[in-house]
Design a protein around this ligand. Sequence first.
Ligand code: AMP
Length: 289
Amino acid sequence: MKTIHNIKEMQQYCRDQRQSGKRIGFVPTMGALHEGHLRLVDEAKKHSDVVVVSIFVNPTQFGPNEDFEKYPRDLEADAAKLAPRGADVVFNPNASDMYPEDCLSTIHVRTITADLCGAHRPGHFDGVALVVTKLFNIVGECTAVFGRKDFQQLQVIKRFTADLNIPVQIIGMPTVREADGLAMSSRNSYLSPDERKRALAIARALTEAHELFTKRSPLATIEQYITEAVMQSFDTIDYVTVVHPETLQPLDGDASYPQTVLVAVAAKIGSTRLIDNTVLGEDAPPINK
Ligand code: AMP
């Protein structure tokens, strides 16, 4: 497995691969890799001949009081996890190369960034859209694999890729969970053993939401149930929301009971912010009873 830091070298490598007839699979990450990331690599391999994994803690997607400084960084440990899964290249650019001082451009996706994480992390999705656009322009035509754990992010990426005619095929993969149901996240490493136990409240509430949905409970009841359940274990709730899985807009209460709905949660234990979601009527419940 190769490690490339230089942007031009990465571009050239990908061009050469394509010229020799190889298809490229791409998995963008911020490192601190866990099994959830590695499953994206497995999927990328199925659609390609060469898999590139980027590891870049992107400063433009963090707010001023967020965890950019303390975000876990360990390139060697990440590389040791990627090699046995068959990744071919780790792309690890420097922040100063990715963002020269004269970068004046922004990528802003309207509407679907307004609520959920967009409402609580101003500028976050502009930062995500900018870095992913840059990474797509560096890697070039490829199949890129993302996790549904960051559901709104996946919708935003799908949207600007289509809107801007970027020649990248996007695949979204199910959330990978710990044995007890907690969604895997690099940020779980911030949790103390007690906080780790409390964090399970979201997966439990989302599991119960599946039961309520099967019984065709009103969506407002489902939202309220999750809010109350999460409130008991978390310190603050950013949002608990039940929305249309594609538009991310509230569903029409007068319409017939929906086939599928997205339930998304963001909440904090201390300063650790965790997100999770499930699509009722589509995903398996987070916890197998
Ligand atoms: P990040 O953790 O921000 O570096 O995310 C890199 C990619 O991994 C994104 O596409 C995430 O959605 C995805 N990802 C993170 N956690 C999980 C998980 N538990 N299951 C599946 N994909 C994940």
